[in-house]
Design a binder for this molecule. Structure first.
Ligand code: VGL
Ligand code: ZN
Length: 226
C-alpha cells in the first residue's frame, strides 16, 4: 500500500490533462460548430479535478487566416485547397483572436490550468496539433515545456476528436510522450469519414483510448470525496 501511494504521487506529477480547443467556436452557435460540443464541459470538469497538471489549447486565428474559406474568393467551407505545406480543409471562420468565439467555455473549471498554448496564429499556416504546425516543422514549444517539467504522460480531451485532438495525440506520441484520449470528453466533426480515420491513425501511433469513468486510480480525488 505504501509503495503504491508513493508511486501514485509520482504518476500525478508526471501526468497532465491536455484540454484541446474547448472554445465557443466549436460548440453549438459557434463559427465551426461540432455536434454536442458543449456536452464535454461537465465531463472535463469531473476529470480535470483529478489531474495535478492541466494544460489548455486555444485555436487562435487572425481574421485573415489561410484556413478560412472566406479568405479564398469563390471557395466554400469544407472544400480543400493545396497550400505550400500540403492539403488544407477550408473552414468556416472560427476562433478569431479576441472574439467570444475564441473564448474557452465559461463553465469549464480550469482556474488550475498552468499553461495555455495558442495555435493557428500564423496567418499562412494552420495548426491542428498542439505540438507542431501544419507545415510539420514549426513547433509550438509544448514538447519543450512538458520535458522541462518532467511530464511524460498525457491524457487528451476536447474538440474536435478527429482534428485537433487526434493530431495532438499523434504528435504527442511522436515526441515521445504516452498519450491517451478520454473519448467521452471529446466530440468529432466527422467530415468524409475523418473520425474513423482518426481513430485508426491514433491506434497505429500507439495512442490509448479510455472513458472518463475508467481513468486509472491515481490522481487527486474529485472535490468532496476524501
Ligand atoms: C479544429 C478545424 C479547424 C479543431 C480547429 O479544434 O479540431 N478543427 N480548426
Ligand atoms: Zn482552426
Amino acid at each position: 500500500m505504501k509503495i503504491r501511494l508513493r508511486h501514485n504521487e509520482v504518476m500525478d506529477k508526471q501526468t497532465a490533462l491536455l484540454i484541446v480547443d474547448a472554445q465557443y467556436g466549436f460548440m453549438p452557435g459557434g463559427g465551426l460548430p461540432v455536434a454536442g460540443g458543449d456536452a464535454i464541459v461537465p465531463v472535463i470538469n469531473r476529470v480535470a479535478a483529478r489531474f495535478a497538471n492541466v494544460i489548455l489549447t486555444q485555436d487562435w486565428h487572425p481574421a485573415g487566416h489561410v484556413s478560412f474559406a472566406a479568405n479564398h474568393p469563390g471557395r466554400k467551407p469544407y472544400e480543400t485547397i493545396d497550400l505550400p505545406y500540403g492539403r488544407q480543409v477550408l473552414w468556416p471562420t472560427h476562433c478569431v483572436q479576441g472574439t467570444r468565439d475564441a473564448q474557452v467555455h465559461e463553465d469549464l473549471q480550469v482556474d488550475r490550468a498552468q499553461l495555455i498554448i495558442r495555435k493557428g496564429w500564423n496567418p499562412q499556416v494552420d495548426s491542428y496539433s498542439a505540438f507542431v504546425e501544419a507545415d510539420r516543422r514549426t513547433t509550438t514549444g509544448l514538447a519543450g515545456y512538458l520535458n522541462a517539467r518532467g511530464i511524460t504522460d498525457l491524457y487528451l480531451c476536447g474538440l474536435a476528436t478527429d482534428y485537433c485532438v487526434s493530431w495532438s495525440a499523434q504528435d504527442a506520441r511522436a515526441a515521445g510522450f504516452a498519450a491517451t484520449v478520454i473519448e467521452d470528453a471529446c466530440r468529432a466533426i466527422d467530415l468524409d469519414g475523418s473520425l474513423a480515420q482518426a481513430w485508426a491513425d491514433m491506434e497505429a501511433a500507439g495512442v490509448g483510448r479510455v472513458t472518463s469513468d475508467r481513468l486509472p486510480a491515481w490522481g487527486n480525488p474529485p472535490p468532496g470525496k476524501n
